[in-house]
Design a protein around this ligand. Structure first.
Ligand code: MCA
Ligand code: AMP
Length: 506
């Protein structure tokens, strides 16, 4: 019987010369393909030794390291479900994810072990390990005693491989369930579509707890047997220094904006580069044009979601890469734009983007009703993005029907932040809106109304949020006002607030 385990497919693409370098890190370490093979086998054997139930979740909140990537691969290899968590999440956020996903294993940084293990044990998680970015921690200590041989566990294409938490219109996060088949189909399509070839070297500078860094970048390199230059953190100067050794780079728009501020970013530095990919947030046409002028390279913009991995891409070859568009639906993906009446719209008209394909997720974890709501009767997933197909067939995203702010490539759900602000003493109501920002693309600004007789201060509200939420979710400014603009139905008109505050960071 064919094994559809994603790890098995990635492993099959390793070069035959296993002693070649697979990953080179920014602190001078070098990992061979054999190291990846052995390291993931030992970690998979450790997971297998824990007697976990079928479909067990392995939740991970650790700093970026090659070992953390190996833990992801080992979870696939052992047939369990990987649940990556942003390192910026604080206790209230982690408590929700652990309570909701009920992982059997939690892996955290040793500096967080005290509070994370408390939350995990309380939620019934039996196994809590530590993993630090200097190759220490109880996870590796335990794995060191395990065999370095392991046969990838038999999986069907429809079996769960990962759960990625993402929010929606309601403040609470939903776990998007991605299968081995979702991710393998997408990785194979991108390998072909982006022309991956022998000798490619990827600069990996993204975090590894979201789709972009964990799946698009890592799967892309591994399924092509390509070396990665591994940066623990995005550092524009270091990226520029490494460019001559690389052929492929992937980033959110903020990374491109910051790289453009480097004098060392020149055509000469990019002489060996083949492909620059951008996504996760809209790439400004100014950035697209400036990049072309400075480097001679045309950024390839693509579009995806946690629920779908990659959906569309500008062409690698054979046609123009058009700035301001996200290209065409990838092979195997059906994409349509629908009007409010549920009918498909002709080219040029703006409506809701809906998609179908082997990459589209299985549903939201333990939320069958929510899952049903997000799909049409004929099986299309409603992305919540608003767009059109232009006269040449390129897809253009013009906005979102979901109330979402994308800041530096991270999603911020206003409903969640408003919920925290509204619970503060003296607050009657609040609204969080996204406004343009030169570095992060968009940032949140909070507008708050006090209860009669209460006195509030924006700075204190921000301070209070900082102690409870991931840093990228914190509004960059908070205004206390006497009223919020409303329509005749009494609904807050966020468009007017966006207009009012749009020049704040100009
Ligand atoms: C950091 N800060 C931010 C953000 N990041 N504020 C708003 N938005 C952000 N994204 C703030 C912190 O709160 C802090 O503020 C200050 O900046 C410094 O924090 P630090 O962590 O040092 O920031 P940094 O290292 O400069 O990080 C910026 C970054 C990072 C490198 C752009 O945000 C990043 O790696 N973004 C990539 C996200 C990503 O991978 N997205 C892919 C999602 P203070 O000093 O006031 O505390 S996958 C996806 O969306 C889909 C599926 C797709 O299509 O790919
Ligand atoms: P996430 O929930 O983190 O998976 O974020 C997915 C959302 O990011 C999509 O629904 C889009 O709104 C947005 N997104 C991803 N890529 C692009 C892009 N190239 N241009 C505009 N928005 C994008």
């Amino acid at each position: 019987m064919k094994n559809h385990n994603l790890f098995a497919a990635l492993r099959a693409a390793f070069p035959s010369s296993l002693d070649d370098v697979a990953v080179e890190t920014d602190n001078g370490l070098s990992y061979s393909w054999r190291d990846l093979e052995r390291g993931t086998a030992m970690l998979a054997n450790l997971l297998a030794s824990l007697g976990l139930p079928a479909g067990a979740r392995v939740a991970v909140q650790v700093e970026k390291s090659v070992e953390a990537m190996m833990l992801y691969l080992a979870t696939l290899r052992a047939g369990y479900v990987f649940l990556p968590l942003n390192t910026a999440y604080q206790s209230a956020e982690i408590e929700y994810f652990i309570g909701n996903a009920e992982p059997s294993v939690m892996v955290c940084s040793s500096k967080n072990f005290g509070w994370v293990s408390k939350i995990a044990f309380k939620a019934g998680t039996r196994n809590v390990f530590t993993l630090d970015d200097d190759r220490t921690g109880s996870l590796l200590e335990r794995a060191a005693h395990c065999s370095d041989r392991h046969e990838p566990v038999q999986r069907q294409a429809d079996d769960l491989a990962a759960i990625l938490y993402t929010s929606g219109t309601t403040g609470r996060s939903k776990g998007a369930m991605l299968t081995h088949g979702n991710m393998l189909s997408n990785a194979l399509v991108l390998k072909d579509y982006w022309g991956w070839k022998k000798g490619d070297v990827l600069i990996h500078a993204l975090p590894i707890f979201h789709v972009h860094g964990l799946f698009v970048a890592i799967h892309g390199a591994l399924i092509n047997g390509s070396k990665m230059i591994w940066l623990a953190k995005f550092d524009p100067k270091l990226v520029v220094r490494k460019l001559p050794e690389a052929t492929v780079f992937m980033g959110v728009p903020t990374l491109y904006v910051r790289l453009l501020a480097e004098a060392g970013l020149t055509r000469e530095a990019c002489r060996n580069m083949r492909l620059f990919v951008a996504g996760s947030a809209p790439l400004l046409i100014e950035t697209f044009n400036e990049w072309k002028e400075r480097t001679g390279h045309t950024i390839l913009e693509r579009y995806g979601m946690s629920e779908t991995v990659m959906l569309t891409s500008n062409p690698y070859q054979g046609a123009e890469r058009r700035g301001g568009t996200v290209g065409f639906a990838l092979p195997g993906v059906s994409l349509r734009v629908q009007g409010d009446d549920g009918q498909p719209l002709p080219a040029g008209e703006i409506g809701g983007i809906q998609v179908k394909g082997p990459n589209v997720f299985k549903g939201y974890w333990r939320m069958p009703e929510k899952t049903k709501e997000e799909f049409t009767a004929d099986g299309y997933f409603k992305t919540g993005d608003v767009g059109k197909i232009d006269e040449r067939g390129y897809i253009v995203i013009v906005g979102r029907s979901k109330d979402l702010i994308i800041s530096g490539g991270y999603n911020v759900y206003p409903a969640e932040i408003e919920g925290y602000i509204n619970d503060m003493p003296g607050v009657a109501e609040s609204a969080l809106v996204g406004v343009p920002h030169p570095d992060f693309g968009e940032v949140g600004v909070a507008v708050v109304i006090a209860k009669p007789g209460a006195s509030l201060e924006g700075g204190r509200i921000v301070g209070e949020l900082k102690s409870r939420l991931a840093n990228f979710k914190i509004p960059k400014q908070c205004f206390v006002v006497s009223e919020l603009p409303r329509n005749t139905m009494g609904k807050v008109q966020k468009n007017l607030l966006r207009e009012q505050y749009k020049g704040l960071f100009a």
